[in-house]
Design a protein around this ligand. Structure first.
Ligand SMILES: NC(=O)c1ccc[n+]([C@@H]2O[C@H](COP(=O)([O-])OP(=O)(O)OC[C@H]3O[C@@H](n4cnc5c(N)ncnc54)[C@H](OP(=O)(O)O)[C@@H]3O)[C@@H](O)[C@H]2O)c1
Length: 290
């Protein structure tokens, strides 16, 4: 029976998006080899291989598909030198490529440049090997309780019973559920004529940042309060927390983005890959690690 099953190699299968991708691959009957630097229990159809880009285990020489749900730059670099081939390559990148391109923060600009260069390297390698490569760029990910935005906000709000935002945090967002990303990744494996392209994957609803946070706070048990304070006061609070090492990654650029619309066109991914994400209807379980 297993001889006829399609075989996939998955990088990043232990991550929040990768776990949803693995679940869908297994449900669809794929035979999966998944890499991880930590040990995991095997499941029917799934073989975990210990290792990562710094210590690659022995791999089969060919698969029906390779999926990357981990760091795109490491994957693109590995793929360019690896002898492992597959006609289909689907890799997650990020809309940070566009969002952080013009950032005043050199580190953020560097990330955007790395993402863009990695996409191009991936497409070039695939072209040279006659393979189809697709890059999927999620917006703000949620759903598995392991994201660094809404789950982090929920955790802080649970501790204090409230969450503080600066007034004017009305930039538009499109939160996307991990399982909708996984569904689109699986669809990408079979999409015809969609290769050599990166697709933005927004969620199914566009709403203001403060409204997105308010919906999360409202579903916590007990619900938490949203406190909106003047922006200069918020900036001072954030600086104090950062100085105490308690608000990593939320500098001036990130605060300015709360007022900026980060909106991506769903149409190309909907047309080419059938991307049809759900609207943002959170429940409390989505912000607790499963
Ligand atoms: N989170 C977001 O809001 C967001 C937004 C846009 C795009 N994305 C992109 O979507 C993809 C998935 O994100 P995620 O949030 O699901 O990631 P995650 O939960 O942080 O998981 C990252 C995965 O990458 C693997 N990994 C990390 N460094 C590795 C290394 N040096 N060698 C081998 N494996 C390594 C980890 O595997 P092990 O630890 O098991 O080895 C882990 O499974 C990433 O490409 C990310 O950039 C995420």
């Amino acid at each position: 029976m297993t001889a006829t099953r399609s075989r996939a190699l998955v990088f990043g299968g232990s991550g929040q998006v990768g776990a949803a991708v693995l679940a869908r691959l297994l449900r669809a009957g794929w035979q999966v080899d998944a890499l991880s630097r930590t040990a995991h229990a095997p499941r029917p159809g799934l073989r975990w291989l210990g290792g990562g880009f710094d210590a690659m285990p022995a791999l089969a020489s060919d698969y029906d598909a390779i999926l990357s749900c981990g760091p795109l730059d490491r994957f693109a670099h590995w793929q360019s030198a690896a002898a492992v081939v597959a006609p289909r390559v689907v890799a997650f990148g990020s809309t940070s490529l566009a969002v952080k391109r013009g950032s005043a923060d050199a580190g953020e600009r560097g990330l955007a440049e790395r993402l863009a260069a990695s996409e191009q390297a991936l497409f070039a390698t695939a072209r040279a090997r006659g393979a189809d490569a697709i890059v999927l760029r999620p917006t703000l990910v949620y759903g598995a309780g392991r994201d660094r935005t809404l789950s982090r906000i929920a955790a802080m709000a649970r501790r204090r019973g409230l969450f503080v935002l600066p007034r004017g945090a009305t930039g538009l967002r499109q939160p996307v559920h991990v399982d909708d990303l996984a569904a689109t990744a699986i669809a990408a494996l079979a999409a015809v004529g969609a290769g050599g392209t990166g697709y933005d994957l927004p969620g199914g609803e566009t709403l203001a940042y403060r409204d997105m946070v308010a919906r999360v706070l409202a579903v916590l048990e007990p619900p938490a309060r949203l406190l909106e304070v003047p922006a200069p006061l918020f900036a001072a609070l954030a600086a104090a927390l950062r100085a105490a090492g308690r608000l990593e990654g939320f500098g001036a650029e990130a605060q300015a983005r709360l007022r900026q619309d980060l909106v991506f066109d769903i149409a190309p991914a909907a047309a080419a890959l059938g991307h049809a994400p759900r609207p943002f209807r959170p429940d409390a379980t989505m912000f607790v690690p499963g």
